[in-house]
Write a protein that binds this ligand. Structure first.
Ligand SMILES: NC(=O)c1ccc[n+]([C@@H]2O[C@H](COP(=O)([O-])OP(=O)(O)OC[C@H]3O[C@@H](n4cnc5c(N)ncnc54)[C@H](OP(=O)(O)O)[C@@H]3O)[C@@H](O)[C@H]2O)c1
Length: 210
């Protein structure tokens, strides 16, 4: 699959590198394609680094790996019409830090996932990959077996594309329904972070037993 990943932080680089290992073609989109560490990433992975718009252009699937607070501005900058018909995997979290503790800048009655879907009305947004650390996003190896990726979105076919991608890269998945379930998914990142901070370990992931 041709995949555009927007954001070249830890998440964008980890997803791009991991998915490339599975044979997908990646364009890592960034606000600053000239950065030396991104040139290194491109040489290392054999994939491309480009501006945000170019990463979206030919992508069948676009992954959002942007800082939560910058996400809507980047989408506006690229142009919502350029996402029409595409599967958009939203891995972002609306994180903000207050008094040294992580919190969310939107929640309960709305979510960043819903804001992304409203900003990209013709895209098929799937909230996923936001409830686990970047080191485990592709091919997680855990003593308890494959962890569960929770996901949400309005388009069944788009969710199936993401479920298939997850299954091919070491994940079980659990569909929470339409995109409003992002209201439940985004706070899960706080549980993941608070457990890590308390236990002093970051190699954990959620698993749904059923
Ligand atoms: N870190 C994790 O393990 C993890 C796990 C699950 C979910 N998440 C979520 O996934 C997203 C990405 O995480 P990350 O740790 O990779 O985030 P990050 O390093 O904080 O930011 C990712 C990218 O967002 C872009 N960005 C940041 N501020 C911007 C601004 N003012 N204007 C335009 N672009 C801006 C930058 O892209 P360029 O540098 O390419 O220009 C930056 O590299 C976040 O929403 C995070 O909450 C993170």
């Amino acid at each position: 699959m041709q995949i555009g990943v927007l954001g070249s932080g830890d998440v964008g680089r980890a997803l791009g590198r991991g998915w490339a290992r599975h044979g997908h073609r990646i364009v890592l989109g960034t606000g600053d394609p000239g950065r030396p560490e991104l040139k290194e990433w491109a040489e290392d992975t054999g994939q491309q680094v480009a501006g945000f718009g170019e990463a979206v252009r030919d992508a069948e699937l676009v992954a959002l790996a942007l800082r939560g607070s910058a996400t809507l501005a980047v989408l506006e900058q690229v142009g919502p019409e350029r996402f029409a018909g595409k599967v958009v995997v939203d891995a972002t979290n609306p994180l903000r830090f207050e008094g040294g503790r992580p919190g969310l800048f939107v929640g309960h009655t709305d979510s960043l996932g819903e804001q992304v879907q409203r900003a990209l009305p013709e895209a098929r947004v799937v909230k996923a990959y936001n409830t686990v650390g970047n080191a485990l996003m592709v091919d997680p190896q855990l003593p308890g077996g494959p962890p569960t990726m929770f996901l949400a979105g309005d388009d069944a076919e788009a969710k199936q594309t993401v479920v298939d991608l997850l299954a091919a890269t070491g994940w079980d998945s659990a569909d929470l329904g339409d995109i409003s379930a992002a209201r439940a998914l985004e706070p899960m990142c706080l549980a993941w972070v608070r457990y890590g901070a308390t236990a002093g370990t970051w190699g954990h992931a959620f698993k749904l037993l059923r």
